[in-house]
Design a protein around this ligand. Sequence first.
Ligand SMILES: [Zn+2]
Ligand SMILES: [Zn+2]
Length: 245
Amino acid sequence: MEITVLGFWGAYPWNKEGTSSYLLKSSGFSLLIDAGSGTFNMLRETIEPLELDAVIISHYHHDHIADLGVLQYYRQLNQPEGHAELPIYGHTEHEFYFDALTMPKVSKGIPYEERTPITIGPFTVGFLRTRHPVPCFAMRITETSTGKNFVYTADSGYLNKFTDFIEGTNLLIADSYFLNGNEDNPVHFTAKEVGEMAKNGGVPKVLLSHLQQEIHLSLLKSQAEEAAGTGVDVLLAETGLTIVL
Ligand SMILES: [Zn+2]
Ligand SMILES: [Zn+2]
């Protein structure tokens, strides 16, 4: 499978680059994970949006859903008559936002819940409720045919149960919003927490994402590397970066 970063900033887009969004592909199936602000253009440069097979949303903060509505408009205005509705997976704990996933003839909201892994095309997706001010779910996404998998933390502060959730995964895409010194924050991880989590979970590769605009990213990377120790490959997210697992 192949994961492409379409946007990686936290909270708001910056320097013409967008907030959280990733395109996952396997066996001709394309799954969009979150639809952050300013990422629709990047999505269109990567794939014809009519060819998207499904979308999954971690939570309903604007930096994860801002471009979902315009994706629905694009499909509404450009899809041929009788085109299949786009399945958009989301949790149901915010009824207003869940209901907006459905647009007649264009898209259909499909609920997920923490306890029940789901199948989306060639993938199996398991969930973990994160530590965040609103209901938010991390995902462990497995390519069913190969068993390869990765974990996307979505947005979260430090949480012990992540250690089990990420154990043995091939890649950790982690909310790395804070430099060291902000540990145990209830909203986002720090570099150190991400690095330690990867080390404890035996994860070989970490992608630092959901980045903060006002900090030195090279420092963030070196702090994560120091905490992770040798044997963990630490990468900074950038638009268009593709990781093949
Ligand atoms: Zn966010
Ligand atoms: Zn959030």
